[in-house]
Design a protein around this ligand. Structure first.
Ligand code: BGC
Length: 449
């Protein structure tokens, strides 16, 4: 049962009624991912995350996503929450290990979910890979890209009569860096720069998926890449060089191949296979480009010590070191809150990619804070939506904004310790309670119409 919003603070909290107007066609939404909310682990094949979470010490609170928010069984209640919020669209992910379960019968769940969304007037926007790789597969193998395209064809065949907007991959950068280079996420490898083939194979999978979706008649396809401005710790040449390198790794390595059909200088030769031929596939035109934005990163020269930052341990031998950004608020996760960096990011993208940049959609933006009267989250979202409007006013073609996330969920290696939801989920009862930020976002959307 959805608990009624109990206090006045939760029903009328829009502190900013005079919000700037966005275009009528602007797409407002919220995002989630399968592994983080669905649960129902017995009704899918295992993923690399199931194996990873079973290993002691991998997830900070020792939890697993076996139940998560039990969205698999409570999706009707969650769609009602989306309808109450008044969003145009809902970005969720299809679990590959569920899609292949029981000879494809696992896809029945997404059939039901999509029907429920359509009946509620909320546009379904599935992401086809959000890190929960079937345990039998490995992104170090090139063949995984081909397997992905086959799976995408099956999903498109099944849902394509009702789904028109698609996202191929979520954040191949984080899946490479956290999962394969640093070992903080599944599958827990610490390959450092030997993880680069994982990036290439995911990008190839993206390109092949675009082709598979087009073959199934889709005409509204994007990718959700994570990006953020990289700021040098100082103007010293060693700091500037380290920051430039970090910028290549996080931003250019994943955007250039998709948007320009090339890797940044020095990267292509580190990738496996016939890179030139693969780049033609990777650069298969997308209809829009999704950006997940949370925070900028301040980067300096290596300091020769391990660094703890935002829940991550970074080894001493990396060619850069991440530094605190002084003088700004931080979220409960310790991530800096810098809304104007979103404007900087978007105008920077337009400068770098020019006409090669298709319309942009912010596919994730949000923050972790405790509490149901979450004024800090409202302040974060308020600042970022305004920053987005400034990018629009500066001429960046932004077409949508999705808040991460609808529900407090399984936050990967942090377990349930980080709460990103507009809706609070009680860990014992799984009861949903809309937070103050839910009412704020609902009021913002109403005011925009
Ligand atoms: C991911 C989400 C994650 C969020 C907050 C993004 O990197 O796509 O799955 O929960 O950030 O950490």
């Amino acid at each position: 049962m959805i608990r009624r919003m109990a206090t006045d603070a939760r029903t009328a909290t829009n502190p900013t009624p005079e919000f700037p107007a966005f275009p009528d066609t602007f797409l407002w939404g919220v995002s989630t991912s399968a592994h983080q909310i669905e649960g129902a682990v017995d009704e899918r094949e295992p993923s690399v995350w199931d194996v990873f979470t079973a290993e002691p010490g991998r997830v900070k609170d020792g939890s697993t996503a076996a139940v998560a928010c039990d969205h698999y069984h409570r999706y009707r209640e969650d769609v009602a929450l989306l309808a109450g919020l008044g969003v145009d669209a809902y970005r969720f992910s299809v679990s590959w290990p569920r899609a292949v379960f029981a000879g494809g019968r696992g896809l029945d769940f997404y059939d039901r979910l999509v029907d429920e969304l359509c009946a509620a007037g909320v546009r379904p926007v599935p992401t086809l890979f959000h890190w929960d790789l079937p345990v039998t597969l490995d992104w170090l193998d090139r063949d995984t890209a081909a397997r992905f395209a086959e799976y995408v064809s099956v999903v498109a065949e099944r849902l394509g009569d009702r789904v028109t907007k698609w996202i191929t991959l979520n954040e191949p950068a984080e899946h490479t860096l956290l999962g394969h280079a640093l070992g903080a996420h599944a599958p827990g490898r610490q390959l450092l720069f030997d993880a680069l083939p994982v990036a290439h194979h995911q990008l190839l999978a993206h390109g092949l998926a675009v082709r598979a979706l087009r073959a199934a008649g889709a005409s509204d396809i994007g990718i959700a890449n994570s990006h953020g401005p990289t700021w040098p710790a100082s103007q010293d040449s060693a700091d500037v060089a380290a920051a430039d390198f970090y910028d290549v790794l996080l931003n250019q390595l994943f955007a250039d191949p998709v948007l320009l059909g090339e890797y940044p200088a020095g990267i292509g030769e580190l990738m496996p296979g016939d890179v030139e031929a693969d780049l033609k596939v990777i650069a298969e035109p997308v209809d829009w480009y999704g950006i997940n934005y949370y925070a900028p990163t301040r980067v300096g020269a290596p300091q020769g010590t391990e660094i703890e930052f935002g829940g991550l341990t970074m080894p001493a031998d990396l060619p850069f070191s991440v530094r605190q950004i002084e003088g700004v608020p931080v979220t409960d996760f310790g991530w800096p809150v810098v809304p104007e960096a979103l404007t900087e990011l978007l105008t920077g993208f337009r400068e770098r990619y020019g006409d090669r940049l298709p319309p942009v959609v912010i596919t994730e933006n949000g923050c972790s804070y405790e509490g149901i009267d979450d004024q800090d989250r409202i302040a974060y979202l308020d600042g970022h939506v305004r920053a987005l409007h400034r990018a629009l006013a500066a001429g960046v073609d932004v077409r949508g904004y999705f808040v991460w996330s609808l529900l407090d969920n399984f936050e990967w290696a942090e377990g349930y310790a980080r709460r990103f939801g507009l809706v609070h989920v009680d860990r014992e009862t799984l009861e949903r309670t809309p937070k103050a930020s839910y009412a704020w976002f609902r009021d913002l959307l109403r005011a925009q119409r």
